[in-house]
Every structure is written in C-alpha cells, then in structure tokens.
Design a binder for this molecule. Structure first.
Ligand code: NAP
Length: 274
C-alpha cells in the first residue's frame, strides 16, 4: 500500500454530504468520490441531488441522492435508512448545509435594532440545528460502530466580527463550539475512532453572497475589495481549494486529530490587516 493510500485512502467508505449540491458541498462531494468514497447527497431539492449523483456514477463512483431537509428529523432518518439499505454503513458525515439569510443581515441602510428575531432564529436553526440534527441521526450509526468522522463547515464569521452578518456569525460560532463539544463527548463515550472537526472556509463566491462581493458587471464591491485586501493569497477561494483539507481530516492519517477547526482562507484569519 502506498503511503498516500495509507494516510488518505477512503476506498469503500460511505460519506454523507448535507448541502451536497451547493457551491462548496458539491466540490466536497466530488472530492470524496474521487478519493474512492461512496457518497450520499442530502439536500431538499431532489433534482439537483439526482443530477450530481448521476454525474458521480458516470465518473466511475458510487453515489445516491437522499433528499431531506436537515431540520426534519423524520426525513433524515429516511435518508439514513436508504443509505444503510444500499451500503450498510456510514463512515463520514460532512455537514455542509448552511448559509446566511438576507433577512438576518443588517442592510446598508438598515439597523441592527430592526432585525427581525424570526430571521435570526432561522439562520441559527439552519446552521446550528442543521448541523446537530444530522449528527444525531447519522452520527448514531457511527457511534454504534465505534468509528466515524464528522466534518462541520464553519466560516470566517465565527471567530471575528464581520460587518452585517450578525446572525450568521453567531450561528457559525456555535457550530465551532459544538465541534469541540462533540469531539470530546463522542470520542470519550464511543471511542477514539469517532472524530469531529470543522473547516472554516474563507471567502468563496456562491449564489448566497455573490451580490455582497461582486457588482453585476463582475467588478468587486467595496466589501469584496476589503476582503481581497485582507487576504494574503489575493483572491477568493475556489471550491476545490477545500478538498485537500477535507480528505486529510477524513483519512486514516488524521486519526489523532479531533476537535479542531481548520481555516482554509488564503491567510485571511492570520492577518491583522497591518
Ligand atoms: N460560499 C462561501 O463563501 C462560504 C464561506 C464560508 C462558509 N460557507 C459555508 O459553507 C457551507 C456551504 O455553502 P455553499 O456556498 O456551498 O452554499 P450554497 O451554494 O447556498 O448551497 C447550500 C446547500 O445546502 C442545501 N440546503 C440548504 N438548506 C437546506 C436544508 N434546510 N436542508 C437540507 N439542505 C439544505 C442546498 O440545497 P437545497 O436548496 O436543495 O436544500 C445546497 O445543497 C454553508 O454552511 C456555508 O455557510 C460558505
């Protein structure tokens, strides 16, 4: 066995990717499939999930669309049962469903004092509960087996104040907190083979944040310019930039790594701005 296979090989492993049809989630799903994992895609809309599953299968992989809302326990349990019926095991869970909601963002003209509480609750539900619920449903299978790897997706908004996205930042800070909590709880109760980590992506252009970062003609907005000016790599991330870190965290070579949050941000979080 080559050292790469020994440290990073995922052949035959079964991975669940929530938000697996999104800008970042689909890159993560493709990366896992290319590394040899069988991939189940969880998203609310069936069609994009089935289209991506067909693409992964056409490329020689094994994939399954299991449509479910990450906030709907019964649908998640149906998805879990479908995966177990097909492949009989679950080794990896990537919690990539999430994101910001415009109503929970302080607009350029608006004020924090007018933000609707319901919008803040929604963004916390999607990112925090939308991470915890799939972890309960799919993680229980891993706990029974005494091994598995969970990777949550955080954000630069978790650690430092990013203007405007107050609810999203709070929700992602909670995701980082529960990443550490779950690493301790699951590792201690169900064995060191059960690990929980997170990736904190820097700034990637997706449908959710395109208008915040780019003008309709493709030029940077003032916010986009500020971000690039504070990113030593001098660019936004490409979704594929996340794959190497995900494969490392999921592979056998990371067997002693749990409870960490890895920034993949072109150096944004390292820089004071001076
Ligand atoms: N893009 C960035 O710059 C960036 C930076 C840092 C962190 N992140 C984080 O990275 C993760 C992925 O972001 P992204 O840019 O790939 O998002 P995206 O392109 O908007 O995709 C979101 C994905 O989540 C699914 N989804 C949304 N709500 C769901 C729900 N309630 N239940 C099940 N699936 C749901 C969507 O499919 P359906 O609509 O069909 O459900 C889609 O697959 C998020 O947690 C985001 O906060 C993104």
């Amino acid at each position: 066995m080559s050292v790469l296979q020994e440290l990073f090989g995922l052949d035959g492993q079964v991975a669940i990717v929530t938000g697996g049809t999104g800008a970042l989630g689909s890159a993560l799903a493709r990366g896992l499939a290319r590394a040899g994992a069988r991939v189940a895609l969880v998203a609310r809309r069936r069609e994009p999930a089935e289209a991506l599953a067909a693409e992964l299968v056409a490329a020689g992989g094994a994939a399954l669309a299991v449509p479910a809302d990450v906030l709907d326990r019964a649908r998640l349990e149906q998805a879990r049962d479908a995966v177990l019926a097909r492949w009989g095991r679950i080794d990896i869970l990537v919690n990539a469903a999430g994101g910001n909601l415009p109503a929970a963002t302080v607009s350029a003209e608006g004020s924090f004092f007018d933000l609707p509480c319901a919008a803040l609750e929604q963004v916390v539900a999607l990112n925090l509960h939308g991470t915890l619920l799939p972890t309960q449903v799919f993680g229980a299978v891993m706990a029974q087996a005494g091994q598995g790897c969970i990777v949550n997706i955080s954000s630069m908004a978790a650690q430092r104040a990013l203007t405007r996205v107050v609810g999203y930042g709070a929700a992602k800070a909670a995701v980082e907190n529960v990443t550490r909590w779950l690493a301790v709880e699951l590792g201690r109760r169900y064995g060191a083979g059960l690990r929980v980590n997170a990736i904190a992506p820097g700034f990637f252009v997706g449908e959710q944040n395109r208008a915040l970062l780019l003008e309709p003609d493709g030029r940077l907005t003032p916010r986009g310019q500020t971000i690039i000016a504070h990113t030593p790599a001098g660019r936004f991330g490409e979704p594929d930039d996340l794959i190497g870190t995900l494969l490392w965290l999921c592979g056998p070579g990371a067997r002693f790594v749990t409870g960490v949050v890895v920034p993949v941000d072109g150096g944004f979080s390292a820089w004071s701005g001076v």
